[in-house]
Design a protein around this ligand. Structure first.
Ligand SMILES: Nc1ncnc2c1ncn2[C@@H]1O[C@H](COP(=O)(O)OP(=O)(O)O)[C@@H](O)[C@H]1O
Ligand SMILES: [Mg+2]
Length: 460
């Protein structure tokens, strides 16, 4: 229940309904007040015309009576008798004729010259209502007193009642329409919010979930959540990777030392045997021993490099000549293949870093690039540029490329797809980059090529 009262839908509905009610009631009351005044004015002047007509007619009748009966010469008593006998009868006849035409009005008069009491004609049902009354005085010379016409207010205000009913109807319709519109709008709105809530629930379990494009402000929120999830995932991956690399490093150093010494003996004795057996049939067994021992030596070297405690020996050096050196060294891995290695360095960039470790890092990436050109031709390009406090190095090849799945294991030690590979190259490169507070990103498309992007702080 509390949830319902706190819902956007309920609050918006209440706000809009109150707004409409206050607004329309205010407009209605102003309009009705103006109407009321207008109607009262019109009715007042209408009944005022009738009252004047009655008064004038009475006075005219009085004057004719005055002349016809020669009031100037007769006594007052005589005048009274005449007035009551003749004027009263004809005036009442006229009076009754007139009032028949206005059944909604009440009439009356109080003229002492023709009647002792007040004459009151009208619809008795209205007697105790408020009334709109117009009183016209009868000239004292014509007998004095007054004539009045009145109209009960409920009758005067009858048109107003109809307008009020119309306004009420409009209010009810607008409230219904508003509630309807609010429901539609909030349904669309809350549906998106519910989608976000549902998405967040999925994200709690599966960091790979991403929101589709929504549009609007809610869409912006969804996009922000997407990029947050993306970053979180990257960070978790990176943390796990460096954690497993560290423990693996400690383990390998121990093992590798145990292997290195016997390996040196094996190689040494094999070389002695090779000399002794020169020209003999058994000589052919020595070569595989030497080749395999070399291969094992390479693995041992890689492992040692990887497992060595992270001691960084920083100094400032120039990246332009550094990469010239990398290109020079990597040429040894090209052999007789038709591979172009190019380098492009924007300006003279200096870095404060461990040169030996960066050499391992970039040489590994360039060698992988060369090895990815399985057809034996293509290009590996190195592009170096400075952005803010960092140097960004792109190492691009036009080789075999990788699928998403293959990219997942890239930096895992011993992961290799090559018959002769140790799977340590990228693990070493990754270690070197993180030791320098840098990072390595990869973009690749199967059959098209790969770009490794190394970002390192210049540290100067
Ligand atoms: N430039 C590249 N193009 C295609 N695949 C690559 C590239 N660099 C690395 N890889 C993939 O990553 C794997 C691991 O590389 P790495 O750690 O250097 O080990 P290795 O080179 O000994 O196989 C490679 O075996 C290869 O499958
Ligand atoms: Mg490699």
């Amino acid at each position: 229940m509390k949830r319902f009262f706190q819902s956007i839908r309920f609050q918006l509905t209440i706000t809009i309904v109150i707004f409409i009610l206050v607004n329309t009631i205010f407009i209605a009351s102003v309009t009705l007040r103006n109407f009321e005044k207008g109607i009262t004015d019109i009715e007042t002047s209408r009944i005022s015309v009738i009252a004047s007509q009655l008064t004038e007619r009475y006075e005219r009748m009085y004057r004719s009576e005055y002349i016809a009966r020669n009031f100037a010469d007769i006594s007052e008593e005589q005048q009274r008798i005449y007035l009551r006998l003749f004027l009263k009868t004809s005036f009442e006849e006229y009076f009754n004729d007139l009032i028949k035409n206005f059944p909604e009005l009440e009439f009356g008069y109080s003229i002492p010259a023709i009647e002792d009491s007040t004459v009151f004609v009208g619809n008795n049902t209205y007697r105790f209502d408020k009334k709109l009354t117009v009183v016209k005085n009868v000239n004292a010379g014509h007998g004095g007193g007054y004539i009045f016409v009145d109209e009960p207010l409920p009758i005067v205000m009858k048109p107003l009642q109809e307008i009020r009913e119309d306004i009420n109807r409009i209010i009810i319709y607008s409230v219904i329409v508003a509630i309807f519109l609010v429901l539609i709008v909030t349904t669309l709105f809350t549906r998106r919010i519910i989608n976000i809530r549902r998405g967040l629930k999925i994200l709690e379990k599966d960091l790979d979930f991403r929101f589709p494009q929504f549009g609007g402000e809610i869409g912006d929120i969804a996009l922000s959540i997407n990029s947050m999830a993306e970053n979180l995932k990257k960070n978790i991956d990176a943390m796990q990777r460096s954690e497993s690399l560290r423990s693996l490093g400690m383990f390998t150093v121990g093992v590798v030392h145990e292997v290195r010494n016997p390996l040196t003996s094996i190689k040494g004795f094999a070389q002695i045997l090779q000399k002794k057996l020169q020209g003999k049939e058994e000589e052919k067994y020595i070569n595989p021993i030497l080749i395999e021992a070399d291969r094992l030596g390479k693995v041992v070297d890689d492992l040692l490099r990887f497992g060595r405690p992270a001691k960084i020996d920083k100094k400032v050096f120039n990246l332009n000549s550094f990469f010239d050196h990398i290109v020079e060294m990597s040429k040894h891995y090209v052999g007789d293949k038709n591979i172009v290695i190019s380098k492009e360095c924007e300006g003279d960039i200096n870095i404060n870093a461990d040169e030996k470790k960066l050499e391992e890092l970039f040489l590994n990436l360039v060698i992988n690039g060369i090895q990815s050109l399985e057809e034996g031709n293509g290009e590996v390009s190195i592009q170096v540029r400075k952005t803010g406090e960092n140097v960004v190095v792109n190492i691009r090849d036009t080789g075999i490329g990788m699928t998403e799945e293959e990219m997942k294991n890239l930096f895992v030690p011993f992961y290799t797809t090559k018959a002769e590979g140790t799977g340590m190259g990228l693990a070493i490169a990754y270690r070197a980059a993180t030791e320098h507070d840098g990072k390595i990103d990869v973009q690749s498309a199967k059959g098209e090529g790969t770009v490794f992007t190394v970002t390192l702080p210049l540290g100067i």
